[in-house]
Design a protein around this ligand. Structure first.
Ligand code: FAD
Length: 317
């Protein structure tokens, strides 16, 4: 079932989770162990992130170095199929522009369609680790909106190969990313919102947000979207803070602020267990307020912390 239909049919706030594919070499059971306890909350769907390959230099026996492309977390498509098969719950693969030509993307979308996966979260992806700024592949999509248009075309039976006339129509429900605290490359929030509106006007069915720790930022973002004429559901993305390192890592990587009250409380903690307790309580309060606000869904980034998420969801739903 499509995300948008889950939301339309919901009588109350839904819950959804996001997982990373296991590191290469780990089995699918790693993922099931992670998800099993969370299935008690009957998530409406589970998102699976996509991780592009990284350039690495491996030392050869003769002492020279060989440049290799390594994908540490492959398997997004297979994991989505496994989740749907194992748990009978919808899976939402993240698809990105980076590292793919449009034809390769088309083939991946055909696989998803054949597997009965009719949801995608459409993203640009970040710059590769060895690039200072995002570079699309030659013949690849540059911005998320370009990828969105490609998926939308396939939903209308239009393929890259112009020889395909009256092609089969896929039926992907398309989510896109939104940033309550602005995407780091956008010159200002207004331009970022205009770009977001373009994605919605091009057919995005809903927006899923970057994590945030101050609900007011999300409420302001929702208001700004409404004022701009963006009327699709906006799903808050939520993540717990569980250690002191994250106070600097999260702002650096995800370009989000940590509220003073939260950073002060974490800084006072003496152990990771205490940090986890503070982060859990903060996320419970955030979640309760977002639920009262009428958020259609609370989407949790579980990222290696299923126990924390379990505690949060148990207290909120
Ligand atoms: P876009 O919407 O293309 O925007 C990128 C930037 O370009 C923005 O600053 C925007 O304002 C600007 N822009 C957009 N269109 C134009 C245009 N036509 N001209 C000029 N400027 C433009 N990354 C992964 O690699 N894998 C994942 O699984 C993943 N999951 C994510 C899930 C969520 C919910 C979120 C919020 C992010 C996720 N990301 C993931 C990270 C995401 O790929 C990065 O944040 C990336 O830098 C931007 O992606 P986007 O889809 O928002 O890009």
């Amino acid at each position: 079932m499509k995300v948008i239909d889950h939301i339309a049919q919901a009588k109350e706030t839904l819950v959804s989770f996001e997982v990373l594919p296991p590191l290469k070499g780990k089995t699918i059971n790693t993922l099931y162990d992670h998800l099993d306890p969370l299935m008690e909350f009957k998530p409406s769907w589970i998102n699976v992130t996509y991780h592009r390959s990284e350039t690495m230099f491996k030392k050869k026996t003769d002492g020279t170095f060989e440049r290799v492309e390594v994908r540490k977390r492959p398997g997004t498509v297979g994991i989505c199929a496994a989740i749907m098969n194992h748990y009978k719950v919808d899976a939402v693969p993240h698809i990105i522009c980076g590292g793919f030509t449009k034809r390769e993307t088309e083939d991946a979308l055909i696989d998803l369609d054949f597997l009965g996966i009719d949801n995608v979260l459409v993203l640009r992806g970040d710059a590769a680790k060895n690039e200072s700024a995002f570079e699309p592949e030659k013949d690849g999509n540059h911005y998320a909106i370009d990828l969105l248009r490609q998926v939308s075309n396939m939903n209308s039976g239009i393929y890259q190969d112009e020889d395909i006339k009256s092609g089969g129509k896929t039926k992907f429900c398309m989510g896109v990313a939104g940033y309550p605290e602005k995407h780091f490359e956008a010159p200002n929030l207004e331009i970022d919102l205009l770009k977001l509106k373009e994605k919605v006007d091009a057919g995005a069915d809903y927006i899923m947000t970057q994590m945030f720790f101050d609900n007011q930022k999300f409420f302001d973002f929702v208001t700004a979207c409404k004022n701009m004429g963006i009327n699709v559901p906006i799903i808050p993305g939520l993540k717990p803070i569980t250690n002191k390192k994250q106070l600097s890592v999260l702002p650096r990587i995800f370009h989000v602020d940590i509220p003073t009250d939260l950073s002060n409380a974490i800084n006072k903690c003496k152990t990771d267990a205490e940090c986890e307790q503070v982060g859990t309580e903060w996320l419970i309060q955030q979640s309760k307020e977002l639920k009262s606000f009428g958020s259609p869904v609370l989407h949790y980034y579980t990222l290696g912390k299923p126990k924390v998420i379990w505690n949060v969801v148990k207290n909120v739903f």
